[in-house]
Design a protein around this ligand. Structure first.
Ligand SMILES: NC(=O)c1ccc[n+]([C@@H]2O[C@H](COP(=O)([O-])OP(=O)(O)OC[C@H]3O[C@@H](n4cnc5c(N)ncnc54)[C@H](OP(=O)(O)O)[C@@H]3O)[C@@H](O)[C@H]2O)c1
Length: 338
C-alpha cells in the first residue's frame, strides 16, 4: 500500500448509525482512519453531497430494503455515498490512480466522514476547474437523471420530443431538466410555485405548481416521455398524457412502509401489457463511465448543479434533517474542516 502518511490523520470524525431511525440516530464518532483493501483507495473527503437515498437508508424505509441492508441494524453504519476528494492511500492491485489524485464518485458508504475507502473502479478523476462540491453533486442525482432519460429514449438529439419532468426542483429533477433541455427536448415541469423560475432558468419551457395543478389538467397524449421523480400521481392519469409509443420512467422510491414502490411497479407492469405506451421502473446503478461524461459536461459549464446549502461536517445531522423533510432544492453539501 502506498500512503500519503504525513497528511493523513490516524483518527477521524465519521457520522455513523447503529440503529434505524430519523436523523437523531446518527452520531459523530472518532474512529481509526480505514485502510484501503485490494482494489481500493483511501479518499480524504473534500465534499459530500446528500441524496434522498441517504435518509431512506438511515430510516431503513421501506422495510423491504432491510433484507439487503441489514434486518435489525444497517450492515454498513457509515452514511453518505456521493463525495469528491483526494486519494491519500492506494491498496494493492490498483492501477490508474495514485496518491494525490483528485477524484469523485458514488462510494459504497461512509462518505459523511473525513476519510472513506472506495473501490478504485467507482472513481472518476476530478478536473482542477471543477470544485469538489460541484463534482460531488453529480454521481447519484445526475447519474439517475441520465439513466432515466436514456430509458425514456431522450437521447443525444431529441429535437421535437416533449418531456414532462415531475419533481423538477429536487436533486434528480434539476439535473433531469438540464440534461433533457441540453438534448434539445422541449421540457415541461411540475415543481413547487417558489421554484418555477429556477426550473425555467434550468431549461424548462413551461412549469406548473404541483400543489395547484393536477396531472389530469395537462394536455392528453402530448408527451413523448415522462420522468416521474415524485411518485404520487395516478399511473393511469400519467399514461393518458403519453403519445402513442411514449414512455413513462418511474424514478421515485416512495410508497408504503413495508413494500415501498413495489405495488406501484407491479401496477405499471399490468398497465403496460399490450399497451402502446410504456411504463418503466428505473433502478439506477453507479456507472463511472456516465459519471465521467457528467464531470466533463459540468467542467464545460453545460450542466450546473444547483446547490441549496452547505453545512460543515460537524453539523451533518442538520443537513440530513433538511433532506429528510423532502423539500430540498437541488443538492445539499457537507464539507469537512480539514
Ligand atoms: N429509481 C432510482 O434508482 C432512484 C435514484 C435516485 C433517487 N430516487 C428517488 O427519487 C426521488 C427523488 O430523489 P431526489 O434526491 O431528487 O429527492 P429530493 O432532492 O429530496 O426532492 C425534493 C424535491 O421534490 C419536490 N417534490 C416533492 N413532491 C413533489 C410532487 N408531488 N410534485 C413535484 N415536486 C415534488 C420538492 O418540492 P416541494 O418542496 O415544492 O415539495 C423538492 O424540491 C426519491 O424518492 C428517491 O428515493 C430513485
Amino acid at each position: 500500500m502506498t500512503d500519503k502518511t504525513e497528511a493523513t490523520a490516524r483518527t477521524m470524525t465519521a457520522w455513523r448509525q447503529t440503529e434505524y431511525g430519523g436523523p437523531e440516530v446518527v452520531r459523530a464518532e472518532q474512529m481509526p482512519v480505514p485502510s484501503p483493501g485490494r482494489g481500493e483507495v483511501l479518499v480524504g473527503i473534500g465534499a459530500t453531497v446528500l441524496n434522498a437515498a441517504d435518509v431512506r437508508l438511515l430510516r431503513g424505509d421501506p422495510l423491504l430494503l432491510r433484507l439487503a441492508f441489514g434486518i435489525r441494524r444497517p450492515k454498513q453504519p457509515g452514511r453518505g455515498t456521493d463525495a469528491a476528494g483526494t486519494v491519500h492511500a492506494v491498496g494493492e492491485d490498483v492501477s490508474g490512480l495514485a496518491v494525490g489524485d483528485e477524484v469523485v464518485g458514488e462510494l459504497p458508504g461512509g462518505a459523511l466522514a473525513e476519510y472513506a475507502v472506495s473501490p478504485a473502479a467507482r472513481l472518476v478523476r476530478r478536473p482542477a476547474g471543477l470544485a469538489p462540491a460541484t463534482a460531488a453533486a453529480l454521481p447519484m442525482a445526475a447519474g439517475t437523471a441520465w439513466q432515466a432519460l436514456e430509458r425514456a429514449g431522450v437521447t443525444a438529439d431529441s429535437v421535437g420530443l416533449r418531456v414532462l419532468v415531475i419533481g423538477a426542483s429536487g436533486g434528480v429533477g434539476t439535473f433531469t431538466v438540464q440534461l433533457a433541455a441540453m438534448r434539445s427536448a422541449e421540457v415541461w415541469a411540475l415543481c413547487g410555485e417558489g421554484n418555477r423560475s429556477l426550473v425555467e432558468r434550468l431549461g424548462a419551457a413551461r412549469t406548473f405548481d404541483h400543489r395547484s395543478t393536477a396531472v389530469e389538467e395537462l394536455p392528453e397524449a402530448s408527451f413523448d416521455a415522462i420522468i416521474d421523480i415524485a411518485g404520487t400521481a395516478p399511473l393511469r392519469a400519467l399514461r393518458r398524457l403519453l403519445v402513442t409509443g411514449g414512455t413513462l420512467v418511474m424514478v421515485a422510491g416512495l410508497g408504503g412502509r413495508v413494500l415501498g414502490p413495489i405495488p406501484r411497479i407491479l401496477q405499471a407492469v399490468l398497465l403496460s401489457v399490450g399497451a402502446k405506451r410504456r411504463l418503466r421502473p428505473l433502478v439506477a446503478v453507479p456507472k463511472p463511465e456516465v459519471l465521467a461524461e457528467l464531470v466533463a459536461l459540468a467542467a464545460e459549464g453545460r450542466i450546473t448543479p444547483v446547490i441549496e446549502r452547505t453545512w460543515p461536517l460537524t453539523e451533518a445531522r442538520e443537513a440530513l434533517t433538511h433532506v429528510d423533510a423532502g423539500h430540498t432544492v437541488g443538492k445539499v453539501i457537507v464539507v469537512p474542516g480539514h
